[in-house]
Design a protein. Structure first.
Length: 316
């Protein structure tokens, strides 16, 4: 089938917009959608340090490359890549090699945070200590904590995440199913800055997962294809399957879910007093928290802190 914009063969079909694009126009389309998201999520950006979370997978690879492209003509912007080593045997070492290869190719600073050294826990050891808890629960909380601390240490104005359209639509669907409006409000991209939290943005918000993969392949980006050995236990898998079925039956469902979240944020029915968007401080580590103790410390206590590492106190 020919490209909608020229006579070259199409490399992808886009059922949600009845589109067919060749490799060149597909790359242009991805880059333009990311450019628009950057404008939308970072209005009146004055410059400074931009941190990019880089896991070594396709999503963060594309996010890093396109973030660098977007700021390439801004000498007042410094980019730094941040990776987290959660201590997952047989998986994380390979992804970190890909992350190092990409940052070296692009000439971007690369900071790696060790969960074992910084928090005194690892995902593998905690999974053995808490066999009844899905590892993604505590791993995600600790990873976000370390990314935020690293970005804050670097003086970052914003933290770029590699969430694609599928990721964000799944999160909206999960929060709606649980009637968790607080998390629906707190999910990236963030519109306001809160003390102690580096605002997170998601420039790939308009790009479906398979288009992210295709872009990474067409650009010959180094990324790891492996899947975390703990991923099979994640509740998100249920919502991923449901969303695939909905998208196949009704193309455009993912975009509609994101518009639902945007409409909620603009509407009058917000959590009373705005409590969801104004966190306090954890009584143990001093990090921002919606309760007296943050989830990162709660999970550390449950894991028994196998390394006996002192809990960091106060803001770094």
């Amino acid at each position: 089938m020919p490209c909608d914009r020229c006579e070259r063969p199409a490399v992808i079909d886009q059922p949600y917009c009845s589109g067919h694009l060749c490799d060149r126009h597909f790359r242009d389309s991805v880059e333009e959608r990311v450019r628009r998201e950057m404008h939308r999520q970072l209005p009146r950006f004055a410059g400074g340090t931009v941190a990019v979370a880089v896991s070594g997978g396709k999503d963060s690879a594309v996010a890093l490359v396109l973030t660098q492209r977007y700021f390439s003509r801004r000498p007042n912007v410094r980019l730094v890549a941040v990776s987290v080593d959660e201590g997952i045997d047989g998986y994380r070492n390979a992804t970190l090699r890909s992350a190092r290869a990409l940052t070296a190719r692009l000439g971007i600073e690369h900071r790696i945070e060790s969960m074992g050294e910084r928090l005194g826990v690892t995902t593998d050891r905690t999974a053995r200590a808490l066999p009844g808890t899905a590892p993604c629960s505590f791993c995600g909380v600790w990873r976000r904590t370390l990314l935020n601390r690293a970005a804050r240490d670097e003086g970052a104005t914003v933290l770029v995440l590699g969430f694609n359209l599928d990721d964000l639509a799944q999160t909206v669907l999960m929060n709606l199913a649980r009637a968790d409006l607080g998390r629906l409000e707190r999910m990236a991209p963030h519109r306001t800055r809160q003390e102690g939290l580096v605002p997170r943005i998601a420039p790939l918000a308009a790009i479906p997962e398979r288009e992210v993969y295709l872009y990474a392949r067409l650009r010959d980006l180094p990324f790891d294809h492996g899947e975390c050995p703990h991923a099979g236990a994640a509740v998100r898998n249920v919502f991923r399957d449901i969303l695939w079925q909905l998208e196949e039956a009704m193309p455009g469902t993912r975009q509609s879910l994101l518009r639902t979240r945007d409409a909620f944020l603009r509407g009058p029915r917000r959590p009373a007093g705005g409590a969801a968007s104004v966190p306090g401080r954890c009584s143990v580590c001093g990090e921002p928290s919606s309760g007296p103790r943050c989830r990162a410390c709660a999970y550390r206590d449950g894991a028994g802190n196998p390394f006996n590492t002192p809990v960091p106190s106060g803001m770094p």
